[in-house]
Ligand binder design. Sequence first.
Ligand code: GLN
Length: 282
Amino acid sequence: MKLETAINTAYLNLKDNNIKSALLDSEILMSNAINKKREFVILNLKKEIDKKNFNNFQNMIAQRLKGKPIAYLTNKKFFWKYEFFVNNHVLIPRPDTEVIVEQVLKIFKNKNKIKFLDIGFGSGCILLSILKERKDFQATGVDISKHALKVCKINAHKLGVKTGIKLYNSDIDKFSLGKYDLIISNPPYIKHLDLKYLERDVKDFEPKLALDGGIDGISEIRKTIKKSSELIKYGGKLILEIAYNQKYEVKRLLEINGFYINSVVKDLANNDRCIISTKIKE
Ligand code: GLN
């Protein structure tokens, strides 16, 4: 069978089952099945696909039909400037989260050798992207998931990050190591009862541990702020990712814990996404 025929059949099948980016998904999965770049696939549509690769392709299409995200099928996701390894134990990096990386680079442009902590590093996409830009920074990461620790280590290796990084598998509540100039976190912030309204691809496949923010959606944010206020240096910055509707509540929590609010930054869709604050009081 020609690549073209296999791709078109899969495309129609995905489209009929309401998968939004049906053609793109078929092309990406084909490029994964034959282990070539997508450009190769598009330029060689008349080439024949061998049986083993075809079966592999069909198998991935069947999983995609059930909603399994492309990133989990290919074990890859681009974030910032790099390709990260991902599996179903970590949240798939979102473009919106790049706002945190941007802000860190901007705020600390003229500062050297800062120590920063990432609470709930997951795939390591934020922490490693920052380290790749700033080789002089010292990163510490803590995550409750031992699977995330493995994934982040794989990514550190993939990106050639060997020094300036310490990773711990721990509940943040039990972590008390060091004092930091900067703390960043993209904690779980979806209300428990709202989890069921997330898209099927997210709801059925991404780790609840990385999404579930408890009954009010801010249980983990509350915990992160409280703990950060102990782990941060006086004058240190805390940069948190939040949901579009959590600004007022999170500002209040930050103020109670001795933080001054510097700014709230919007994401690409113009939603409030990240809140920047400075520790000014004990
Ligand atoms: N941004 C993610 C989503 O909307 C949620 C990430 C999180 O809870 N930290 O699916």
